[in-house]
Design a protein around this ligand. Structure first.
Ligand SMILES: CC(C)(COP(=O)(O)OP(=O)(O)OC[C@H]1O[C@@H](n2cnc3c(N)ncnc32)[C@H](O)[C@@H]1OP(=O)(O)O)[C@@H](O)C(=O)NCCC(=O)NCCS
Length: 424
């Protein structure tokens, strides 16, 4: 079999689209028709229902931020993946180019012949050539991507709370106010709000073009999950400082009826955070609130008299990172302390990291290492969401000088858990 790996031309775009994950099925953990996923996700496209859909997606593929690669076997496309150009906020606030791997699939009849391995090599080479020193993805299965150097760097929680279990610890008088707005207003304000969030949230990703366009439509999803509702918080001066998108889907099961699903929630201030959650957790005619894709350091539980009322029902890895250039990656971020350590990153050499709260330098050295690890562990540590000592307990990071692990932990300690509400 003759295998060729190369980018996809316009003429080949519909053939490429046939190989996207929907040929394999697309497991969904939350309703597919959510505004966050279907209504407003620019890419990957949902299952095309008509030939016109396919043509439209093929046209969208021509955008310069979408860089598809395909495996041609005997001239026919048997597998594909793509890099999308996005930006990642790293500790210190820099927004760094990230090659985002997405839409990965190999036709079931061509699996396990090394096609993905070849596609991935071509895509990561392309990232390096463009000067992208970080690649990222979210993984359908946890066993696939470690071998290419990716490792989980952000995590997310799904939680549920019963309305009858909710009591707030303290009374809160909101200096601002809440307002329900329509989809057209929401489509205007979400990009602005998210931009403000992204400037200060480590791990957040820039949205793909068109990300929020679907909010304006406000169409009713076919699966009964109901229309999206848009709640907005304004500060005392009238500026938007928080917003939520939620649905009240119907259910034939009385136990499941009356569940308020929070699809998106952002707050720039503590007032907005408290005001929005206080209304959502005490919404008339509801029994339960469910929120998925939430940060692991959700402050809400600390607002409740019974912190256990907030039940975690799922923890998932979210963004996986692959560090393509150790020096540039370590130099672009800032650190929580001032210190100097030698890291032996297997396969890419030994590096002296001189780190400080206002930046760092990283030089290749021929010195004894304080800590050794692989590029995978470095990817997990990079945003501060995983501690070196935790990976050392798992036998994945080795300490060669006493105290070096705690010093590395102190350098990488984050202000908040890294989180990305937006994916790609
Ligand atoms: C996952 C998928 C893209 C892999 O493609 P592929 O061409 O079969 O992969 P390769 O043959 O290049 O395999 C590369 C390596 O990954 C391993 N691998 C591939 N798929 C795997 C899986 N699902 N679980 C565990 N290991 C897997 C192979 O065993 C091989 O290991 P090796 O290098 O140690 O021998 C393909 O099976 C697929 O399309 N699956 C369904 C859709 C999907 O999961 N897409 C991912 C979206 S994020």
């Amino acid at each position: 079999m003759a295998i060729e790996i190369r980018p996809v031309t316009r003429d080949e775009a519909t053939e490429y689209l046939r190989v996207l994950p929907y040929v394999n099925g697309f497991p969904q953990e939350e309703p597919e028709a959510s505004a966050w996923y279907a209504g407003s996700a620019a890419w990957p496209p949902q299952v095309p229902r008509t030939a016109a859909d396919l043509e439209r997606y093929a046209e969208e593929m021509q955008a310069d931020w979408f860089r598809p690669q395909a495996a041609f076997v005997d001239g026919k496309i048997a597998g594909g993946s793509a890099i999308v150009s996005v930006q990642l906020t790293v500790p210190g606030g820099q927004q760094v180019a990230l090659g985002g791997v997405t839409s990965t699939a190999v036709l079931p009849t061509y699996r396990r012949r090394g096609l993905l391995r070849k596609i991935m090599a071509a895509m990561l080479d392309d990232c390096r050539e463009r000067g992208e020193f970080l690649a990222g993805l979210s993984a359908s299965e946890g066993t696939i991507y470690g071998r290419y150097g990716f490792s989980p760097a952000t995590f997310q929680h799904r939680w549920e709370v019963r309305r009858t279990d909710v009591a707030f610890r303290t009374e809160f008088t909101d200096p601002g106010g809440l307002e329900l707005v329509d989809g057209a207003v929401a489509a205007e304000l979400w990009p602005v709000l998210h931009e403000q969030v992204r400037a200060v949230r480590v791990g957040e990703i820039s949205p793909l073009p068109g990300k929020w366009d679907g909010l304006a439509g406000g169409g009713l999803p076919a699966d009964g999950s109901g229309p999206a509702h848009h709640l907005v918080h304004r500060d005392a001066g009238g500026a938007v400082d928080g917003a939520a998108i939620f649905r009240l889907p119907w259910s034939p099961d009385p136990e499941r009826a009356g569940v308020l699903q929070v699809e998106a929630f952002e707050a720039l201030t503590s007032d907005a955070y408290r005001a929005l959650w206080e209304l959502l957790l005490d919404f008339d005619l509801t029994k339960q609130v469910v929120a998925a894709r939430r940060p692991v350091d959700e402050a809400l539980r600390w607002m409740l008299t019974n912190p256990r009322a907030l039940k975690l029902t799922r923890t998932r890895d979210n963004l996986w990172l692959c560090i393509l250039d150790v020096r540039r990656a370590l130099e672009v971020r800032t650190y929580a302390a001032t210190d100097s350590l030698v890291l032996d990153v297997h396969g890419s050499g030994r590096w002296r990291l001189d780190a400080a709260p206002d930046g760092a330098t990283c030089k290749a050295v021929d010195e004894d290492a304080d800590v050794s690890l692989t590029v995978n562990e470095l990817g997990s540590l990079y945003l501060g969401g995983v501690r070196a000592s935790e990976l050392a307990s798992a036998g994945r990071v080795a300490e060669h000088a006493p105290g070096a692990l705690s010093r590395l932990d102190a350098l990488l300690r984050p202000d908040r858990a890294p989180h990305n509400a937006v994916g790609f």
